[in-house]
Design a protein around this ligand. Structure first.
Ligand code: 5GP
Length: 204
């Protein structure tokens, strides 16, 4: 059986870019990223079957009823679900799977697969997270406030994941993530201290 990694992070933490860089590494030849189904609108530059499978609410409900999802959740008003058969088939082939899920989904997967390795990526501070969300200019002001509020709840759960990684510096965070996924190694003592300090700041 391959290994299952579940990566979660508050919106705007940079987890998608980090995961893309992990997958660009030659060591990732036996590591696949799950493609979820979602009812949200396709954004510019996104492709059906690449970023997500964009499906209607009706189809989503049908798939829930047919028990086709390993987990599913409503995130910021839209439904997201992980196709179960795909994940199982990859793991059975002995390959690894990375799932990029919201915190509720991560908890659901951990219940089904207690051996799943859960990773929580945090921003260095809420100020920095707020700056990144504003810079991304993807969401209106109210939506950014909602995401920041949500981030606080997520941190209170994600702090107990197998590995917490702080994205204060992209390359450092990427090295921590690759270490954990490809070599089963913990971040250096210095990096662990930085992430502990950030976590304490976020939990204050
Ligand atoms: P976005 O719409 O910005 O791509 O994603 C919004 C949130 O939904 C992110 O936290 C993302 O990780 C999460 N997400 C994406 N796919 C799934 C999924 O299949 N299940 C769950 N529970 N969350 C997902």
């Amino acid at each position: 059986m391959g290994k299952l990694f579940v990566i979660s992070a508050p919106s705007g933490t940079g987890k998608t870019s980090l995961i893309q860089s992990v997958l660009d590494d030659p060591q990732s030849s036996k590591t696949k990223l799950g493609i979820s189904c979602t009812t949200r609108e396709k954004r510019l530059k996104e492709e059906h079957g690449v970023s997500y499978f964009f499906i209607s609410q009706q189809e989503f409900v049908n798939r829930v009823n047919k028990n086709e999802f390993l987990e599913y959740a409503k995130v910021f008003g839209n439904f997201y679900g992980t196709p179960k058969d795909w994940v199982l088939s990859i793991l059975e082939k002995g390959e690894n799977v990375i799932l990029e899920l919201d915190i509720q989904g991560a908890l659901q997967v951990r219940q089904t697969f207690p051996d799943a390795k859960t990773i929580f990526i945090i921003p260095p501070s809420y100020e920095e997270l707020s700056n990144r969300l504003e810079k991304r200019a993807q969401d209106p002001y109210e939506e950014i406030q909602t995401r920041l509020k949500e981030a606080k709840k997520e941190v209170s759960i994600g702090k107990d994941f197998n590995q917490v990684i702080v994205n204060d510096d992209f390359n450092e965070a990427l090295a921590d993530l690759k270490n954990f996924i490809f070599s089963d190694n913990l971040p250096s003592r210095e990096r662990q201290e930085i992430s502990r300090n950030s976590l304490n700041l976020l939990l204050d």
